[in-house]
Design a protein around this ligand. Structure first.
Ligand code: PLP
Length: 389
């Protein structure tokens, strides 16, 4: 079945009476009682048995995990308390001191931070690559302890789309486990497991839940044995998904394809108009023909996504001024919700990067990031025009 259909018919177990509720039940119990000690002991053996304790599994959370695995075409999933919970959980579960990680240079700031921390405190080496050429991975992987490749489908905030088919095929040949953060594309625009990724991670805080009302994350695995290997470590880490956040995410998923369509359509119109605006010096959106990732974006994405960034003429001060002048769009740090948000990355999400690191990540000092919502595009354009002065 098509993804739109699968998104509506989310996982749903029958009740003991036999009928199925149309909405997945929200189960808040933190622990589950048993009649026999042996049954309780058996239930503790793995991730898929009877529910025991909330950190090890919960019916609402499991329904979300099954739904995400279904949408990403994976063998199974683990839901987390946040996107960073998912990223940290996967890295901590799979890495050992002395390992080498190959990371795309333009990654979410939090991912950069956790990789830096692992490098400084646990002797893990992080090699950065542009993500545009599989030969960079092949060169980095001459080190025998090269364990992980980490990429983002659409990088934040430059809109870079790495060469997923080339890099994921090379990772597979080299025996390097590949992790792709698919938060900005969502499974509607790209399913990295279909291109050969081993693990997809999500901040479900973003498009998947879609309404700026929860924090959540997930890891979806191509191979169930890998999910079973990672699961015990995530139980220890304790960054488990909250059942109510899981329920709200399940509530958002049926409309994900419709929302993505509007996000993509609005962002494309705004990107094109900004390109022609005299007070704008550069616009970054993967489906603008001049974008460096245009060709690969056309190949791997079913739409350009809802994120765009641009540089107002006047550098850092102009960028800061723009985010304070918008009236309909809000100045707020997240993305992927139904409402349009703007930020100035150089002073917020990427403030820990110095000038050289910002330049290396492709972030101009005046860059404005816009998470384009599903409002009417003419209202958004009127707001942008007045804010540009
Ligand atoms: N990955 C990407 C691409 C993000 O943009 C973010 C947050 O903005 C995260 C991961 C972290 O997600 P969370 O805030 O849910 O921990």
């Amino acid at each position: 079945m098509e993804l739109n259909t699968r998104a509506v018919h989310v996982a749903n177990e029958p009740l003991p009476t036999g009928s199925r509720p149309l909405s997945v039940p929200l189960v808040l119990s933190s622990a589950f009682a048993f009649d026999s000690a042996d049954e309780l002991a058996d239930a503790m053996a793995g991730p898929d048995g009877a529910y025991v304790y909330g950190r090890r599994g919960n019916p609402t959370v499991r329904a979300l995990e099954q739904t995400l695995a279904e949408l990403e075409q994976g063998a199974g999933a683990i839901a987390f308390a946040s996107g960073m919970g998912a990223i940290s959980g996967v890295l901590l579960a799979l890495l050992r001191p002395g390992d080498r990680v190959v990371a795309q240079r333009c990654l979410y700031g939090g991912t950069h931070a956790v990789l830096g921390d692992l490098a400084g405190r646990y002797g893990i080496e992080v090699v950065r690559i542009s993500g545009d050429d599989p030969a960079e991975l092949e060169a980095a992987a001459v080190h025998p302890a090269t364990r992980l490749l980490i990429l983002e489908t659409i990088a934040n905030p430059t809109g870079q789309v790495p060469d997923l088919p080339g890099l994921l095929a090379a990772a597979r040949t080299l025996g390097v486990t590949s992790v792709v953060d698919n938060s900005l594309a969502s499974p509607v625009l790209c399913r990295p497991l279909e291109h050969g990724a081993d693990i997809v991670v999500h901040s479900t805080t973003k498009y998947l839940s879609g309404h700026s009302d929860i924090l959540g994350g997930a890891a979806v695995f191509a191979d169930d044995a890998l999910r079973r290997r990672v699961w015990p470590r995530t139980v220890e880490l304790g960054a488990c998904a909250d059942p109510f956040a899981a329920w709200l995410t399940l509530r958002g998923i049926p409309t994900l394809p419709l929302r993505m369509r509007e996000h993509c359509a609005n962002a494309t119109v705004l990107a094109e108009r900004l390109t022609a605006h005299p007070a704008v010096t550069a616009v970054h959106h993967p489906l603008l023909p001049g974008h460096p990732s245009y060709a690969v974006a056309r190949e791997v994405l079913a739409g350009g996504g809802g994120l765009l960034s641009f540089e107002p003429a006047g550098g850092r001060e102009a960028g800061r001024a723009f985010v304070e002048r918008v009236r309909l769009a809000r100045l707020a740090l997240s993305l992927g919700g139904v409402e349009t948000l703007v930020t100035h990355p150089a002073s917020t999400s990427h403030r820990e990067l110095d000038g050289a690191a910002l330049a290396a990540a492709g972030i101009a000092p005046g860059l404005v990031r816009m998470s384009v919502g599903i409002e009417h595009v003419e209202d958004l354009w009127a707001d942008i025009e007045q804010a540009l002065g």
